[in-house]
Design a protein around this ligand. Structure first.
Ligand SMILES: [Ca+2]
Ligand SMILES: [Ca+2]
Ligand SMILES: [Ca+2]
Length: 641
């Protein structure tokens, strides 16, 4: 009894299936396997038939790949001529042709996309076309917009077919289209839907299926169409951002060129979606030691800040990173990038010069002398060009020889204003100072100082940049090195406890249009001469394609000095953007830590000092110097035995 219930007979039947295959419709002879129970009742037949059908109808013809966000990928279906567009399959109706008639099937009428004429026996869902869409953006996508055009091609209002749309993403019923006789391919009904809260992993696919049938009513059916199937991924959105993230990372860039593509920073929520309503400011700062870039602040648009004008003015620099910050949000750090140097070298030219020899284009005027003191011999102030050590110099002296504390003079020599400086990226003012004389009492003394003032407003205001202190018959020669860098923001004073021999000085200026300088000197002997030589303005142009390298600083050779005295440090800086700031460490024994030339005193042991300079582009450089106090030999008294 049990066994008899398990006995089944079977036989083959043959059926014919018409199927579109590789774009051509073919009649296929399909063996139909009928399982028959004891009473010859078909059993499992329909399941087996469905399996066979699926083998023929689900042939994959590629996918519509969507590689970027916020950009529609369109399948027009125009001119398809029976061959499915890439990524689409179809079932249940044959291709008929390009001219409308009443034959049931599919049409490709000019500019009418996929046309469908239901046959007289088309059951519900008998015709379908399915698009398969693949996410190739490289990221999981959470929002999709689907859009298409639906319309009437040939109006026969007795029946009302339409498009019923389904998707593997979930319900898309708002894409359904009910027959509208007044629509046309030139005036279609546009159906659109945006789905959110999805999770479409990179490289995964989803499907959208359009189905139609004969429609309700009676009589003949109209010919309907669909075309311009558009699908896009949307920037994921959320409400409350907690952090920033770089959507477009920085790229390597040439100095002075604009970084491309623009760096983009998004305000995102905990799940990584963009807070599209966020309009807060995002500030992009380069991390140390990056320099030559000014931090930018940009307001978010749709939750994203786009930095389209990133330029670096200094090079070469490597492994730089940006930090993006916004109020209340966790900041983000970019990947690294480099700034490469253009091939060109800066163009350096002499603007004006007076070497008191062959080149004397920078004219000057001698001031009215101020008499100092009353004792000693009455003399006159002496200013003019003389030859010293084989070269012409402009000196200030006195006409008689007086001793210490006796009368003398003070005078100021003012050089003419120089205009037209704004066309240069950088202007250097360089000059030499010297103190000379021969015989008894030669050389400038305490109280007989030399001072340089500069003006960038044609003498309306003056800034003292240098004082060389006279000191006990101090003489020193003109020398081209070492060159000491001066600053508009700090007065450099040399010195108080010794005869300082620094001769060459440089003051760099940018953003000025005019410049002049003056020096004031005092003495009371014919063999006391303060002098200058080689007063010069040099213009440097960092035009397009010219490298503006990072600064370098040199604090000179190590110093030995007597422990009871003091010694003075000085810095020379090259290739920099004014203005400079100075930071000496440690502060032990230094008169100041924020000037170019601090005095060192009171050291009991050797000390290594580090100077870090920071220029106007926030570029830094550092150098070190060892300063060692020397103690006089000790006399040790040993008691005789
Ligand atoms: Ca000279
Ligand atoms: Ca003297
Ligand atoms: Ca004197």
């Amino acid at each position: 009894m049990f066994l008899s219930k398990l006995f089944y007979s079977f036989r083959f039947q043959e059926m014919m299936l018409t199927k579109s295959f590789d774009g051509k419709d073919r009649n296929m002879h399909i063996p139909k396997l009928l399982f028959l129970g004891k009473n010859k009742v078909p059993f499992l037949t329909s399941y087996f038939f469905l399996i066979l059908c699926s083998l023929f109808t689900n042939k994959i013809e590629g996918q519509v790949t969507i590689s970027s966000v916020n950009t529609f990928v369109t399948t027009s279906w125009d001119g398809w001529n029976g061959t499915n567009p890439t990524g689409f399959t179809r079932t249940g109706a044959n291709y008929v042709g390009t001219t409308a008639n009443i034959t049931g099937g599919l049409y490709a009428i000019t500019s009418s996309g996929l046309g469908y004429q239901p046959s007289g026996t088309s059951p519900a869902g008998s015709m379908t076309t399915t698009g398969t869409f693949q996410n190739t953006t490289g990221a999981t996508q959470t929002s999709v917009t689907i859009e298409y055009e639906a319309f009437n091609i040939v109006n026969r209002t007795s029946r009302l077919p339409g498009w019923t749309v389904t998707s593997s993403l979930g319900s898309v019923s708002s894409l359904d289209w009910a027959y509208n006789a007044s629509s046309s391919n030139t005036s279609p009904d546009i159906r659109t839907i945006t789905l959110t809260g999805l999770s479409i992993a990179n490289n995964s696919t989803f499907t959208v299926t359009w189905a139609s049938d004969r429609g309700s009513g009676s009589g003949s059916s109209p010919l309907i169409g669909l075309r311009n199937v558009k699908v896009k991924f949307n920037t994921s959105s959320c409400t409350t951002p907690i952090m920033l993230t770089f959507q477009t990372q920085p790229s390597n860039v040439l100095q002075d060129a604009t970084m491309s593509p623009s760096v983009q920073v998004a305000a995102v929520c905990s799940g990584g979606a963009v807070a599209t309503a966020y309009t807060g400011n995002v500030t992009l700062t380069v991390n140390a030691p990056g320099c030559g870039y000014t931090s930018q602040t940009v307001a978010c648009v749709n939750g994203v800040a786009t930095f389209s004008s990133i330029v670096f003015t200094r090079s070469p620099q490597s492994n730089l990173t940006f930090t993006a910050t916004a109020s209340g949000l966790t900041s983000a750090t970019s990947t690294s990038f480099n700034v490469s140097a253009p091939a060109g070298a800066p163009i350096v030219s002499t603007i004006i010069e007076n070497n008191f020899d062959a080149t004397q284009t920078w004219a000057y005027s001698v001031g009215t002398p101020i008499a100092i003191g009353s004792s000693g011999s009455a003399g006159t102030d002496v200013v003019g060009i003389v030859t010293e050590a084989g070269t012409g110099v402009l000196r200030k002296s006195y006409s008689v020889d007086n001793g210490s504390g006796e009368q003398g003079s003070k005078n100021t020599v003012t050089f003419n204003n120089v205009t037209g400086l704004a066309s240069y990226s950088l202007v250097d003012f360089t000059f030499n100072v010297l103190s000379f004389g021969t015989g008894s009492g030669a050389g400038n003394d305490s109280g007989e100082d030399f001072q340089v003032d500069v003006s960038t407003d044609n003498g309306a205001s003056w800034t003292a940049i240098l004082i060389k202190k006279g000191y006990s018959n101090c003489t020193f020669a003109s020398a081209s090195t070492p060159q000491t860098t001066l600053s508009l923001s700090a007065l450099s004073t040399y010195t108080t406890g010794s005869c300082d021999s620094k001769s060459a000085f440089k003051l760099s200026l940018n953003g000025i249009s005019q410049f002049r300088f003056r020096f004031t000197a005092q003495n009371n002997r014919t063999n006391e001469n303060w002098a200058i030589d080689n007063a010069k303005l040099t213009g440097t142009s960092y035009g397009t394609g010219v490298a503006f390298n990072l600064p370098t600083v040199d604090v000179g050779s190590d110093i030995l000095f007597c422990s009871g005295n003091s010694t003075q440090l000085s810095a020379s800086v090259s290739s920099y953007q004014p203005s400079l700031t100075y930071a000496w460490t440690p502060s032990t024994g230094l008169s100041a830590v924020n000037i170019a030339n601090p005095t060192v005193s009171g050291l009991s042991t050797a000390q290594t000092y580090t100077l870090q300079i920071t220029d106007g582009n926030n570029c830094v450089s550092s150098d070190q110097i060892n300063v060692t106090p020397q103690f006089p030999p000790s006399i040790v008294l040993i008691s005789p035995p």
